[in-house]
Design a protein around this ligand. Structure first.
Ligand code: BES
Ligand code: MN
Ligand code: ZN
Length: 492
């Protein structure tokens, strides 16, 4: 069961709740808290004058008034002059995480208007709903219940009203739920989350939202001539699959989203070191982001035509695995020399990018945990975006900024292409260490023919080892909010 948010019209000073979370701007106690402070017998004013709390970003303080709210949690949102969707989402995430850890089933959230700065009510409410769901997310399905069972956070009422707040909340709640779905898939171990399991998830989403769904099994993948996807999957006891989802919210040419669905990446015969190999269960994060984007589409039903493509396989080593030096024929007819079986993501994406042509797409966006090199370039702070169309990249960059899932462009200059020239085939699947994120993109570019295309490398941002005030270790759901913003902005 995940969190449900709703809007509520109520008086801040009289709202009865086990936990009232109040996001405030940096500085003195905002005037909008006067009635609440009165109901709390001046406890807020005393907190501020103690100097223990000043509303700085991520700063929190608890007050236990005698009034109708059992607890008041103040959350610093930082300087109002710098307020953005990003900072307001963050404040809600900090509040959401604290609410979950407090162990209350219900809470109320209030964003002091003084903290909103220049952000619109709609955007602030959207960011708040997204942040509450993001910060309170947790995964406990595989642990026995603790001895002292605390209630799970089930409902947060956001104190806001009016059509703008409602519109923002509708978006934020849908996108927040979609992102939670993605994180729930990402975190699953690879012995559960196999290619056929992802098919089941796509069927579930398609069934609930009445999407078109095509699934190719091994025989159908062979028949389509998807030799690159086949090569990656052939070392595993789990057969590969190819999933195509369709949401037809308009009659226009579709936006095609392609997600890398490697359910576990051992590296294959070019095996990875054991250190942190367990994280390679996250190598289906691109696929999970596409599924989450469709969950958001199903909930919001914008007037946009969207296709989701997921090539999915497990990259294993075995007597049937593909090997370095092998040459495989991709669906496009191009021959690929396999230099490194650990550069598997680009192989299955190659066939998906070629498959995308049949839709005459308006544009194709692929998303993949594709290269370790993107971590060297951008750390865990931004995804790389690389593509063939500057206007499309700008559109993605803006969606990234709005959603708080930021991307940074790397160049696709012709010089980098030389690094993936093969002596015996059309292209090779690895250009070695230099500019690894760009040469991977150049490889994809060889198959992304006939439409505007952009690639997102989320290897550094799909999951995190860091725990902080507003987030937990593990999957981030990277891409869901960005895709949702991208598609919503394309509505006619
Ligand atoms: N799934 C990995 C990329 C990855 C690395 C994701 C670290 C998350 C964290 C991908 O399949 C891979 O192995 N890429 C290789 C490519 C190389 C062999 C050309 C890499 O980045 O080392
Ligand atoms: Mn790999
Ligand atoms: Zn991989």
């Amino acid at each position: 069961m995940s969190l449900t948010t709703s809007l509520r019209k109520a008086d801040l000073g009289t709202v009865a709740t086990p936990l009232l979370v109040v996001a405030v701007p940096q500085g003195a106690m905002p005037a909008s808290l006067a009635a609440l402070d009165g109901a709390a017998g001046g406890a807020l004013a005393r907190l501020y004058s103690s100097g223990d709390f000043a509303g700085k970003k991520d700063q929190v303080a608890s007050v236990y008034p005698a009034g109708p709210a059992a607890r008041i949690l103040l959350v610093g949102a930082g300087a109002a002059a710098d307020a953005s969707g990003r900072s307001l989402r963050r404040a809600a995430a900090v509040g959401g995480k604290r609410a979950r850890l407090t162990g209350v089933a219900d809470a109320v959230y209030y964003l002091a208007p003084e903290a909103r700065g220049a952000v619109s009510v709609a955007d602030a409410t959207q960011a708040t709903a997204e942040g509450l769901m993001y910060g309170s997310w947790s995964f406990d399905a595989l642990k026995l219940p603790p001895e002292e069972v605390k209630p799970l956070l089930e409902r947060v009422e956001i104190l806001a009203q009016g059509p703008d707040a409602e519109a923002g909340h509708t978006r934020g709640a849908a996108i927040g739920a979609a992102q939670a779905l993605t994180r729930g898939l990402q975190i699953l171990p690879s012995n559960t989350c196999t290619p056929s399991f992802l098919v089941g998830q796509a069927q579930d989403i398609a069934g609930r939202h009445k999407f078109g769904l095509t699934v190719l099994d091994l025989a159908a993948i062979e028949k389509e001539g998807m030799g690159a996807l086949l090569a990656v999957g052939k070392g595993s006891a789990e057969d590969p699959r190819f999933i195509a989802l369709e949401y037809k919210g308009s009659k226009d040419a579709p936006v095609v989203l392609v997600g890398k669905g490697v359910t576990f990446d051992t590296g294959g015969i070019s095996i990875k070191p054991a250190e942190r190999m367990e994280d390679m269960k996250y190598d289906m994060s691109g696929a999970a982001a596409v599924l989450g984007a469709f969950e958001a589409l199903g909930r919001l039903r914008p007037k946009v035509h969207v296709i989701g493509l997921i090539p999915t396989a497990e990259n294993m080593l075995s007597g049937t695995a593909y090997k370095p030096g092998d040459v495989v024929r991709a669906m496009s007819g191009k021959h690929i020399e396999v230099i490194n079986t650990d550069a598997e993501g680009r192989l299955l994406l190659a066939d998906a990018l070629h498959y995308a042509r049949r839709y005459n797409p308006a544009c194709v966006l692929d998303i993949a945990t594709l290269t370790g090199a993107v971590v060297s370039a951008l750390g865990h702070t931004a995804a790389a975006v690389i593509g063939t169309d500057d206007a499309l990249i700008e559109e993605i960059r803006r969606a990234g900024d709005r959603s708080g899932e930021r991307v940074w462009q790397l160049p696709l200059w012709e010089e980098f292409r030389d690094l993936i020239k093969s002596d015996i085939a059309d292209v090779k699947n690895s250009g070695g260490r230099p500019a690894g994120t760009i040469t991977a993109a150049w490889f994809l570019r060889e198959f992304a023919e006939g439409y505007p295309w952009a690639h997102l490398d989320i290897a550094g941002t799909a999951y995190t080892q860091r725990e902080d005030a507003g987030s937990v270790k593990g999957p981030t759901g990277m891409g869901v909010r960005l895709f949702a913003e991208f598609v919503l902005a394309r509505q006619g």
